[in-house]
Design a protein around this ligand. Structure first.
Ligand code: SF4
Length: 183
């Protein structure tokens, strides 16, 4: 009898661990996002999906007390190079799964929309940076943040690395992966 292919899904780190998220997030929004993520994980487990957790680049590089960032603040050679290194073990695993395509199906990568690192369909960017205390137009600076229809920097690096390694896997939000699975 032919064995069922194992479905492999890669998810952002904070699907499993909200400890890596920024402090002072809006409590209601954070609670809602956590519930959505937990529901999503339960559904994936019930569907028999195998889950790989990505590292959290922001927590690893800037720690638990980092400020919230705009996407372009992470668009630096250092951040991108560090992202590549963090993603290398994941990339190697995905290459191995793809090589054994008779047993595995690469279902997708699911990120966190809005994040400057893990956004998939959109992120946020603005003219942020510098000393808060010395900024004469702080309010204006903070308000310059706006939604941008592009992935976060970590996911952009991941997309490029996968492409270079010829690994075929689609990127999704929680909503779009449900649609793919017919749910
Ligand atoms: S960087 Fe990604 S994994 Fe880390 S807290 Fe933000 S969205 Fe979650």
């Amino acid at each position: 009898m032919e064995e069922m292919k194992r479905k492999i899904l890669v998810v952002s780190h904070c699907f499993f661990n909200d400890g890596t998220k920024l402090k002072y997030e809006n409590i209601e929004d954070a609670k809602k996002e956590r519930e959505q993520k937990r529901d999503f994980l339960r559904k994936m487990i019930d569907e028999g999906v195998e889950l790989i957790q990505l590292p959290c680049p922001e927590f690893l590089l800037y720690g638990a007390n980092r400020w919230g960032h705009a996407a372009s603040q992470f668009d630096t050679p250092f951040y991108k190079e560090a992202s590549k290194k963090l993603l290398e073990p994941i990339l190697l695993q995905l290459r191995e799964y793809q090589k054994n395509g008779d047993r595995f199906e690469l279902l997708g990568v699911v990120g966190i929309d809005g994040s400057p690192s893990c956004g998939i369909q959109f992120t946020y960017d603005g003219n942020w940076g510098g000393e808060f205390a010395g900024n004469p137009n702080l309010e204006q600076t903070l308000e310059s943040i706006e939604r941008i229809e592009k992935p976060g920097v970590f996911m952009e690096v991941f997309m490029n690395e996968l492409k270079n390694a010829n690994v075929k896997i689609d990127f999704h939000t929680m909503g779009s992966i449900y649609e793919t699975m017919g749910g």
